[in-house]
Design a protein around this ligand. Structure first.
Ligand SMILES: [Cu+2]
Length: 115
């Protein structure tokens, strides 16, 4: 096989099937909130299967989250904190299966200011 064609055939699938991406969230990355969020929303560019969500305070202590949906792939994943968040720095760790079947992950950081 011609060498340039072989290279094209190897590269083409990975170009066509890019990983899904986080496109937005609520709270937004780096947000400074004055009231506890009623829910946390992750918005992706295409449906993904979220496999792991963990909300941690500045000391690394988790606060329980209730997932809003079932385990089906979705473009928007919602979770509700089971208690109102105390003020401080928070981060949400997430993992998902991208629409192309690959694992993706990220961390969303926001701060809840003291009243
Ligand atoms: Cu991928």
């Amino acid at each position: 096989m011609h060498h340039a064609l072989a290279v094209l055939l190897i590269l083409a699938p990975s170009l066509a099937l890019a990983h899904s991406e986080l496109r937005g969230s609520s709270p937004a990355e780096g947000a400074r909130l004055t009231a506890p969020p009623a829910e946390i929303l992750l918005r992706f560019n295409e449906p993904v299967q979220v496999t792991f969500l963990r909300l941690l305070d500045a000391a690394g202590q988790p606060l329980a989250l209730r997932r809003a949906g079932d385990a089906a792939p979705r473009r928007e994943e919602r979770a509700v904190p089971e208690l109102p968040l105390p003020p401080g720095a928070w981060h949400l760790e997430w993992r998902a299966i991208s629409a192309d079947g690959h694992p993706i992950r990220g961390t969303l950081r926001f701060t809840l200011e003291a009243p």
